[in-house]
Design a protein around this ligand. Structure first.
Ligand code: ADP
Ligand code: MG
Ligand code: ZN
Length: 474
């Protein structure tokens, strides 16, 4: 029997506030354990939480950027459970009345564009972290993360494959970075995802039983875990068995999922409204002031790149997928005229170098200005594309400016008409048989002559000058 995959994603994104959601402790990452704590976030008796206004502003911004309807009144509930990283014994989270609902975003798939529904966005506080010491029978708790503001973005079960789930996640990640409400760092846990997966026979309306995958800390792992889980459920169903509703953990070292807890062990959190917090009222003027500050979003930037720079949809998609890359590109092309050339160099040479070095555009060893200077040298005809590759490599290693490297290595392109004319005549003289054959119609030998000239000039001859010379002299 053929099955259809159904996926819904829950994303937790840490908001980029300076302080925590209900106290004034710093949210800075990497401080010594428990340095960022106070009586409020460590849950001492009698303390009162006070909502961070900036966190709400960021949540509103995320909601607007994902086309959600913002609730004029929302509420914070207590989600009760015991765990050593949760000193209060409950997490404050919006449950019954979230700040935003009914949104959507568009993703690109191989079959074209697709709109994915967003069920809700709610605000909550993060829990702390347990550190298990492998050398001692001890675990330690770090409460620096306790009370850091999160939004949870829950998608509709609209995704139909691992690819679509990956595209949705990347798009959501890009949007949150564009609007600057989340740093998007997946390794530090600022952007985390749980994936819900079920299968149903093709043509059946009703959804099948789902499992929930946790511990997915990279885009690649999300896609791999979903593929594994789809195969596993297919196997279960084809054997005539039933998928059990449960939470499963992805094991990135073994490339498989394993059961963590079943439905029987599912928590009953006994949610109830937190009596220490008043309802959150968001007036229209608050929403409007956030909307006024909304920057260009990925889809808008992509459309502008296609129009303003005459780029293909594909190129524009690649160049705007990441806000830092888009900014780098725009700074690069500002003084240039050959935009297509700049786009090609950015997508192949620059991105290739970053990939090879495992670097992000934000810590590129070549700045946009330096990169632009190199491309300007090609535009002006000072160096040819071959020499430019050498110069670029040198730039990434030494950080020197393109012009300085060209001078140092004597890579200036030879464009002088009379100098090249002499060389072309010389090459023809030295290769009489090839010249004869060319004249008799074997024009494929053109590249042979070009190659000889490049050899004599150590690759520095300007092909745009040499080409016509070869043709006219032969
Ligand atoms: P919970 O709070 O138990 O995680 P929710 O109803 O909030 O449950 O759903 C969480 C996610 O699971 C949502 O993204 C939703 O789209 C997805 N989901 C719900 N049912 C299914 C299903 N049968 N198959 C795949 N995903 C599902
Ligand atoms: Mg869930
Ligand atoms: Zn605190």
């Amino acid at each position: 029997m053929a099955f259809e995959t159904v996926i819904g994603l829950e994303v937790h994104a840490q908001l980029k506030t300076r302080t925590k959601i209900f106290c004034s402790c710093s949210t800075e990452f990497g401080k010594s354990p428990n340095a960022n704590t106070c009586p409020v976030c460590t849950g001492m008796p009698g303390v009162l939480p006070v909502l961070n206004r900036q966190a709400v502003t960021f949540a509103i911004k995320a909601a607007l950027a994902t086309n959600c309807k913002i609730a004029r009144e929302s509420r914070f509930d207590r989600k009760n459970y015991f765990y050593p990283d949760l000193p209060k014994g409950y997490q404050i989270s919006q449950y019954a009345a979230p700040i935003a609902e009914h949104g959507h975003l568009d993703i690109e798939t191989s079959a074209g564009q697709k709109t994915i529904g967003i069920t809700r966005i709610h605000m909550e506080e993060d829990a702390g972290k347990l550190i298990h010491d492998p050398h001692r029978a001890k675990s330690m708790v770090d409460l620096n993360r306790t009370g850091v503001p999160l939004i949870e973005i829950v998608s509709e079960p609209d995704l139909r494959s691992a690819e679509e789930a990956g595209a949705y996640l990347r798009k959501l990640h890009a949007i949150l970075k564009y609007i600057d409400v989340c740093d998007g760092n997946m390794e530090q846990g600022s952007f985390r995802c749980d994936a819900n997966i079920s299968l149903r026979p093709v043509g059946q309306e009703e959804f099948g039983t789902r499992t929930e995958l946790k511990n997915l800390n990279s885009f690649k792992n999300v896609e791999k875990a979903i593929r594994f889980e789809v195969e596993r459920q297919t196997y279960v169903l084809e054997a005539g068995d039933k998928v059990i509703q449960e939470t499963r953990l992805w094991d990135p070292d073994r490339n498989k999922t394993a059961s963590m807890r079943g439905k029987e062990e599912a928590h009953d959190y006994r949610y109830f409204p937190d009596p220490d917090l008043v309802p959150l009222i968001v007036e229209d003027d608050w929403i409007q002031s956030v909307a006024k500050e909304m920057p260009e979003l990925p889809d808008e930037k992509k459309a502008r790149f296609v129009k303003a720079y005459k780029l293909s949809e594909y190129d524009a998609e690649v160049l705007t997928a990441n806000i830092d890359m888009a900014n780098f590109f725009e700074e690069t092309v500002r003084p240039l005229t050959n935009i297509k050339q700049a786009a090609n160099w950015t997508m192949t040479t620059l991105m290739g170098m970053l990939n090879a070095k495992g670097l992000d555009i934000s810590n590129s060893p070549v700045s946009a200005t330096a990169f632009s200077e190199l491309l300007a040298l090609i535009e002006k005809g000072s160096i040819n594309a071959n020499a430019a590759k050498t110069v670029f490599e040198e730039m990434t290693e030494t950080g020197k400016a393109a012009a300085a490297i060209v001078k140092e290595k004597g890579l200036e392109q030879v464009s002088d008409q009379s100098e090249l004319e002499g060389l072309v005549e010389e090459v023809i003289r030295e290769n009489p048989e090839e010249a004869e054959a060319y004249r008799n119609g074997k024009t494929k030998l053109f590249s042979f002559f070009m190659g000889q000239i490049m050899k004599k000039t150590r690759g520095k001859a300007d092909p745009k000058v040499v080409g016509p010379l070869i043709k006219s002299k032969l």
